[in-house]
Design a protein around this ligand. Sequence first.
Ligand code: TRP
Length: 337
Amino acid sequence: MSDKKGRILTGHRPTGPRHIGHLAGTLENWAKLQDIYECFFLVADLHVMTTDYEHPDQIQNNILEVLADWLASGIDPEKSVIVLQSALPEHSQLTMLFGMLVTVARLARVPTYKEQVQELNLNPSLGLLTYPVLQSSDILVYKADTVPVGEDQLPHIELTREIARRFNQTYGETFPEPDALLSPTPRLPGTDNRTMHTSYDNTIRLRDTAEETTRKVMSMYTDPTRIHANDPGHVEGNPVFEYHDVFNPDKAQVEEFKQRYRAGKIGDVEVKRVLAEKLNAYLAPIREKRSELIEHPDELAEILRRGTEQARPIAQATLQEVEQKMGLRPKELKLPA
Ligand code: TRP
């Protein structure tokens, strides 16, 4: 059927436009993986609702923004299947059935859940508690064996493996125990040196103009111990140099800047000015593609519709198999090929 190495499922919650952290950490990696694996990329709109269900007017637009960013970054609907989670009820149905195989106590111990409950100081909903069960369903409904994710998602992959194991033990071999695939690029800090996050207003978005990008770069956090341009500076832990490492293709120039910075022989303004230039050159073709895509929302919607229809029979076959094995359907029912 396919000469590829295995099957990938991964995805993002459509929380708004993607930023350069997503690009360098995730999207460029996904784009490469498309040639090695059979890839399913999921727009996880139901997952957004676990923390934000009060803005029904935002989600449709955010789905298109994320999709435009994905495609501009090299996700290719000719190579991969792009799926809208809420449009395939099998994801939710499988969540209900997997819910029988997991205890509430186990879910309450999931670190992402514990953190969110503490941080947001909220009274957790059932939807938030079952977040990782829905994620397990996203993965297992396609029997994916490989899941590219960031470090923070590892507890969810661990739970997915437990659910697969439990199902297989109880009903017979059905699901692979999927492996996480960590991104080879370390996580980029935000422009203020905290974690890059939309809610911190410290991101550079793929849809930002060159002028906005330059402005954000010029006001970036650098070495706080350095007052004058001739003070010796710190390169390590300095986001300006971390960005140079990722986005400036002229490695000799980056090395020279680092040496001069350490020796107090170059000012922050010059290092940032060159970074802005290189970053803008890096982003230019992505921006161009993105702005063209976002002009045609009907075509974006059609790409998502087509991907979702490609995925539907696979999701349906898995759900039917699960229902049969769990005894909800007669055994002699014929499975679709
Ligand atoms: N929870 C993931 C995140 O916030 C998004 C996601 C949803 C996902 N379903 C998935 C990732 C399945 C990998 C596999 O980043």
